[in-house]
Design a protein around this ligand. Structure first.
Ligand SMILES: [Zn+2]
Length: 63
């Protein structure tokens, strides 16, 4: 087994669009997980600026 196989390259955080302001952020904060009616659900993400405003109470953990 090659050394490289033990440590596969992990992709960096992919940019995501904030669900509140629509801006692209490289540090998305997951604020909610929406359950899909069919198939897998998806995570709603917000930029760090909006996360405190749109996240449900306590969703971002203790401050
Ligand atoms: Zn935002």
């Amino acid at each position: 087994m090659a050394y490289d196989e033990l440590f596969p390259e992990v992709p960096a955080n992919r940019p995501a669009h904030c669900c509140n302001c629509g801006r692209e952020t490289v540090a998305p904060v997951t604020i909610a997980y929406v359950q899909g009616t069919s198939g897998p659900g998806y995570a709603r993400v917000a930029c760090p600026d909006c996360a405190p405003k749109v996240a449900p109470m306590g969703a971002t953990g203790p401050r």
